[in-house]
Write a protein that binds this ligand. Structure first.
Ligand code: ZN
Ligand code: ZN
Length: 381
């Protein structure tokens, strides 16, 4: 971080407005909240509303800014888009056009100097240091065409300051007037809540590239963290997300806490969202197994244990998988052009698929068993 930061600061590229905001705003929010409680008395109301605003804005950043606009993981009708844009603006993280542009670069150039929040700069650089310096002009032209062509996105971008002023500050304060606590609502439900939302989302760029597990890939630094998923409405499954970024889910397993995916799915039942992209579970399992294989192979090779049998088994399982999917595809095609003669053929194909499925299951089980044994062997050797 120090080197990254100094390099930019020395070249006169410090973004003073962002730097002062990031450093002083947390203090102003805390001191202001204490002052407001002393002035208006303590009440749970601003805290409950702060939680509501926090939840809705994080959901808008996660489902809207991130999955809908940055990754096009699903489509949404105009009303849903408008809601995502308004509540996304209420998080005070700039317009979605800016947000998505930088985020797409993060995925394309992850862990390199071109990654805007490159984790090689350390925790503080990835967390917020990158915002304290002005962006290199060479990156400022890469606005995504699909977003430039989206009228609602451009409306939000052009009117961002006004929308943010209303959604971030005026709305919570206006609610505060109903409770006769406008100052408490301004400092707690608005300022303090914004600071909390900011740091929670910054954790995805910092902690989610440092702490947690890597069940799907070790090709980059992204990690899965249940705790961060809890705070970020499901965004914490960042290793999965970097492996399958077009998936509308970040936590693909049923037990993953991902309210964003549940909400997107729920909206799809009423046609508010549609064309949800989801990786088939076979692909997810394949990625997990491949990652496990690579880490066991590394350990075995380091200890000079023969790995050829394991590699052969993996090849066999891969072949079985290919055969299974090819047969399934052919079956689907043939089913479309069904004739009497074809029906008999189809029955035969169905039997072949059943057989291929058994072979695939056996090959994978054999491979998994061997992987487990060799893993134990590698630990003991
Ligand atoms: Zn992403
Ligand atoms: Zn990332």
């Amino acid at each position: 971080m120090k080197n990254f930061f100094l390099k930019h600061a020395r070249s006169g590229q410090l973004n003073w407005a962002a730097t002062l905001f990031l450093i002083f705003m947390p203090f102003i929010a805390i001191v202001g909240s204490i002052y407001a409680i002393e002035l208006e008395g303590f009440s749970w109301a601003p805290w409950v509303w702060a939680f509501i605003f926090y939840y809705v804005t994080v959901m808008a950043i996660s489902g809207g800014y991130h999955r809908l606009y940055s990754h096009r993981a699903f489509k949404a009708n105009k009303f849903t888009e408008l809601m995502y844009l308004l509540w996304g603006a209420a998080s005070f993280e700039f317009s979605v056009l800016e947000w998505a542009r930088k985020h797409r670069r993060h995925h394309a150039k992850v862990d390199t100097v071109d990654d805007p929040y490159d984790i090689n700069g350390g925790f503080w650089w990835a967390h917020m240091g990158w915002m304290m310096v002005k962006e290199d002009p060479k990156y400022q032209t890469g606005y995504p065409k699909d977003l430039l062509n989206n009228k609602l996105v451009m409306w939000q971008h052009k009117n961002y300051n006004m929308i943010a002023l209303v959604m971030c500050f005026m709305l919570p304060t206006a609610i505060g007037f109903f409770y006769d606590l406008p100052i408490s609502f301004f400092f707690i439900a608005s300022l303090l809540r914004i600071i909390f939302v900011h740091h929670v989302t910054y954790f995805i760029n910092s902690l989610c590239h440092m702490v947690g597990t890597r069940p799907y890939t070790e090709e980059n630094s992204a990690r899965d963290s249940h705790i961060l998923a809890l705070l970020t409405c499901g965004e914490g499954y960042h290793n999965y997300h970097h492996k399958f970024q077009s998936d509308y889910r970040n936590g693909p397993m049923w037990h993953n806490y991902d309210p964003s995916k549940w909400f997107i799915y729920f909206l799809s039942l009423f046609g508010f969202t549609y064309d949800l992209k989801a990786m088939p579970s076979s692909e997810i399992r394949k990625a997990m197994l491949k990652k496990q294989k690579l880490s066991v192979l590394d350990k075995l090779k380091a200890k000079n244990i023969d790995t050829s049998a394991l590699e052969q088994m993996y090849e066999k399982a891969q072949e079985a998988q290919k055969k299974f999917y090819a047969l399934k595809k052919e079956y689907k095609l043939k089913k479309k052009e069904l004739t009497l003669e074809g029906e008999q053929k189809l029955a035969q194909m169905k039997a072949n698929i059943k057989q291929a499925k058994m072979e695939l299951k056996e090959a994978y089980n054999e491979f998994k068993e061997s992987l487990r044994n060799l893993s134990i062997q590698a630990q003991m050797a």
